[in-house]
Ligand binder design. Structure first.
Ligand SMILES: C[S@@+](CC[C@H](N)C(=O)[O-])C[C@H]1O[C@@H](n2cnc3c(N)ncnc32)[C@H](O)[C@@H]1O
Length: 278
């Protein structure tokens, strides 16, 4: 089976929309009267959830009407945030059909269907015209993609010159195998086994971006944010009614425990990189 089918199979749960609606009700929200903030606990599938997105996007020169692309948009939280807060027109693309369907339903529920849309497809074959976007975001997706140079070349093609490309991925840390730190433990939130995990150091992202027509303008390791959010998770003692455990399915506990362990051991760390299309 090819990697993209394995990746989509890893993420698809079945019954996700019903689980989210039940979680919303259990959290005291009315599914018929939702705003983007009501979904924040479940629709941002990355370390630091909403706060991480806000702190990354605060670095971008966003303006109403900008056409943005969110690559590997998942359940669509980041795209909805960009549309609701900044008035941007956002297209998300994702491999996982169930995520795309739920993302579109949630956008309609919060009244954003006119400003965000999600399409099923691969980041490696973007079905968009050259120079059609003013910016792109990609949050916790690169770990599933082996050929980052080809990925970045494709992103560069659909961006206008001067457009931003904001990445927030889990990247290899200083304590990796080369330093005697051992291999990461699986399953992880983004991969069941090493067959679909392609974690690389920030230096390799920088080099591949530079070789694909981008100028890197910002980089920040978010290990601090990761450790804070892990401490909050531990303090909570168990999952809230509405949370990412609904998205991660039965192995959620093991996925989260392994991710925390891998970050604590320095094998991986979430890192922001922002680049400009040259
Ligand atoms: C960890 S989730 C992050 C989702 C979203 N960016 C977020 O932060 O909430 C990774 C997402 O990347 C998608 N993905 C992985 N490889 C992809 C590819 N080659 N093309 C498109 N989407 C991909 C998965 O389907 C999944 O929805």
């Amino acid at each position: 089976m090819d990697v993209e089918r394995l990746v989509a199979g890893h993420y698809a749960q079945g019954g996700l929309e019903a689980a989210i609606l039940a979680g919303l009700e259990a959290a005291g929200k009315d599914p018929a009267r939702l705003g983007v903030d009501d979904l924040a606990a479940v629709d941002e599938f990355h370390i630091g959830v909403r706060r991480a997105t806000e702190e990354l996007t605060a670095r971008l020169a966003l303006a109403p009407g900008m056409k943005l692309l969110d690559i590997g948009s998942g359940l669509g939280g980041a795209a909805r945030l960009l549309a609701a807060r900044h008035g941007c027109d956002v297209t998300g693309i994702d491999l996982t059909a169930e995520y795309v369907a739920v993302a579109n339903t949630l956008a309609a529920r919060v009244g954003l269907a006119g400003r965000v849309r999600y399409v099923e497809g691969s980041a490696m074959a973007l079905p968009f015209a050259d120079a059609s976007f003013d910016g792109a975001t990609m949050l916790h997706v690169g770990m599933n993609i082996a050929d980052k140079a080809a990925l970045f070349r494709g992103v560069r093609r659909v961006l206008k010159p001067g457009a931003f490309f904001a990445i927030y991925d889990v990247m290899a840390g200083d304590g990796g195998p080369a330093e005697g730190g051992g291999d990461p433990a699986y399953p992880l939130p983004w991969a069941t086994t090493a067959a679909t995990s392609f974690v690389e150091p920030a230096a390799s992202y920088r080099a591949r971006l530079a070789g694909s027509g981008f100028v890197v303008t910002h980089e920040r390791n978010r290990r601090d944010l990761a450790m804070e959010s892990f401490a909050r998770l531990r303090a909570a003692g168990g999952p809230p009614p509405l949370g990412l455990h609904l998205v991660m399915g039965e192995a959620a506990r093991a996925k989260v425990a392994n991710m925390i362990g891998n970050v604590e051991r320095g094998l991986v760390a979430p890192v922001e990189i922002v680049a400009r299309a040259d």
